[in-house]
Design a binder for this molecule. Structure first.
Ligand code: NAP
Length: 258
């Protein structure tokens, strides 16, 4: 399903934000809209939440579309970027869609769980990055752009006894950030990652731990969980060429010192 606006030229171009209907992605989409991007966001299930984010982007003066697209499906990713193309030239990708699963040890994880975790968190990010590079790269006639991957502090902490599969998927995202950044640096594309710690969003409830931000947040040196706005501000910084023109292959920890 696709809802939203049609034509008119873009200013900074189009930002594709995966998982833009809730949490960090939703706040980032609105922040990009406020800073001159038209926004194409993806989500998986929550039509109402996506419509709410569209309304906030439009209130900020941007054109916005929301596409129900599972990032682990190459057909859905094709449809997502086709919708973005209809808005204008894509200049930003925020690879934000991600999932966790229930607390488990590695020896308790089913093959189905592992395949889903890697399909969404890793394959999805690769599919979207490939689609973005084919649009932004000077090699393909594009004018450059920025890719920001949403990794996690889990990639260096490992999440033992909780979700090592998730942590490892974010390790893959860190490595992809570094490799892709070097691969496309001469083609006008900067690729960076943010690595949030405990951020107060609904992702913890989806992993069966709705109170995780309140419970674990205070153990960070800064004494609290972070907010989606604090992560969105860093993502925006990586998107703005005037702010971060010399940053590529960077992994920025946003974990309150954890
Ligand atoms: P969230 O509140 O659970 O929101 C997840 C978003 O991703 C929703 O818009 C959801 O759409 C979408 N989504 C889920 N699976 C998808 C799929 N297969 N295809 C497309 N969209 C999908 O999550 P969040 O806390 O904002 O997390 C965003 C990113 O930050 C993730 O990559 C996560 O790993 C990372 N992160 C979060 C934290 C934290 O503490 N919150 C810490 C470190 C890193 P629907 O609602 O329609 O399903």
């Amino acid at each position: 399903m696709t809802v939203g606006a049609e034509s008119l030229p873009a200013q900074r171009g189009v930002a594709v934000v995966t998982g833009g209907s809730r949490g960090i992605g939703a706040t980032t989409a609105v922040e990009l809209a406020r800073n001159g991007w038209d926004v194409c966001l993806s989500y998986r299930t929550d039509d109402e939440a996506a419509a709410g984010v569209l309304a906030r982007c439009e209130a900020a003066g941007a054109r916005a579309v929301a596409v129900r697209a599972d990032v682990s499906s190459s057909a859905d990713v094709t449809a997502l970027f086709a919708a973005a193309d209809r808005l204008g030239p894509v200049s930003v990708l925020v690879n934000n869609a991600g999932i966790v699963d229930r607390r488990a040890r590695v020896d308790e994880m089913s093959p189905e769980r592992l395949e889903r975790m890697l399909a969404v968190n890793v394959v999805g990010a690769f599919l979207c990055a490939g689609a973005a590079v084919r649009r932004m790269s000077t090699r393909y006639g594009g004018t450059g752009g920025a890719i920001v991957n949403v990794s996690s502090a889990a990639s260096r902490l490992g999440s033992p006894g909780e979700y090592v599969d998730y942590a490892a998927s974010k390790g893959a995202i860190d490595t992809m950030t570094i490799g892709l950044a070097k691969e496309v640096a001469a083609e006008g594309i900067r690729v960076n990652a943010v690595r949030p710690g405990i951020i107060d969003t609904e992702i913890h409830a989806s992993g069966g731990q709705p109170d995780r931000a309140a419970q674990v947040g205070p153990s960070a040196p800064l004494g609290r969980a972070g907010t989606p706005a604090e992560v969105a501000a860093a993502i925006l910084w990586f998107c703005l060429p005037e702010s971060s023109s010399y940053a590529t292959a960077a992994l920025l920890d946003l974990s309150g010192g954890r």
